[in-house]
Design a protein around this ligand. Sequence first.
Ligand SMILES: NC(=O)c1ccc[n+]([C@@H]2O[C@H](COP(=O)([O-])OP(=O)(O)OC[C@H]3O[C@@H](n4cnc5c(N)ncnc54)[C@H](O)[C@@H]3O)[C@@H](O)[C@H]2O)c1
Length: 272
Amino acid sequence: MNRLQGKVAIVTGAAGGLGLAGVRAMASEGAQVVMMDLSPATFDRAKELVAEGFEVTAIVGDVSAEADIAATVALAKNTYGRLDILWSNAGLVSPEWYGQDTDAVGITLDYLMQTLKVNTGSVLLGAKHAIPVMAETGGGSIINTSSLAAAGGDLTGIAYGTSKAAINHLTRSVATAFGHLGIRSNAIAPGLIPPPAAAGPHKLEDSMPTQVILDSQMIPTPGEREDVANTVVFLASDESKFITGQVLYVDGGSTGHLATLSDRRHAPAATT
Ligand SMILES: NC(=O)c1ccc[n+]([C@@H]2O[C@H](COP(=O)([O-])OP(=O)(O)OC[C@H]3O[C@@H](n4cnc5c(N)ncnc54)[C@H](O)[C@@H]3O)[C@@H](O)[C@H]2O)c1
């Protein structure tokens, strides 16, 4: 398949999880991909993809450090000559979901600011450095990873939710200011996407309030990494050329209904 043939992409948070699945999907569609991650494992993942015949290269860096983002954009331009796609995907996935990231009374300002710096600051820095390079060749597609958590308030996770809601605004702001240069900017907001069983001993029950999220979905099974990767390919490709300034929820329908009027677990059985 060649939906991204001739396009050059950067993916952050590319060493594993959603990012790595997206790299594979984009490279399978013909894109040349620069993989960026804090973890040196990104070099190993890149080697494996190159051995499979994909055109990728890797760089280790911190998405909240401007020099690292600048170096990543420079690597894309120097290696492949241009930049068409930026997927700002890396984020703090809030391992202390039940710990420090609580509510307005329980959280510290430091925790909030650190979360904003990594999750939201990285999206700003990515756009800041990618846009001038994309504009040299007529524009490009910026995709930011938001979250289900941006859609409404919750009893916990105030820092994570705030950082992701800010990404939604940043996404629309970039789309508004740079659309005339051919820059599109959209966000993907995944719902619950647990690691596949093959990835290790992680169990569904280990992650966040899993059952609560599953109960909220219209489609009652957890999402898969490929659900996000396929959406990224669509937003990166010219198939979505008239779509910009949008937040696309890839969440099995969690955010498509109100939870206030009835309990979704009591949805009627089908009748014949
Ligand atoms: N998996 C889900 O259910 C889900 C749901 C909603 C949103 N998200 C979002 O999707 C994105 C990816 O999540 P994931 O589930 O693949 O997580 P993951 O932990 O598997 O992958 C995140 C990657 O980002 C990298 N990273 C973290 N901080 C970084 C930094 N400062 N600089 C560079 N790289 C850094 C990590 O090393 C890791 O490889 C995140 O932004 C997350 O908030 C995930």
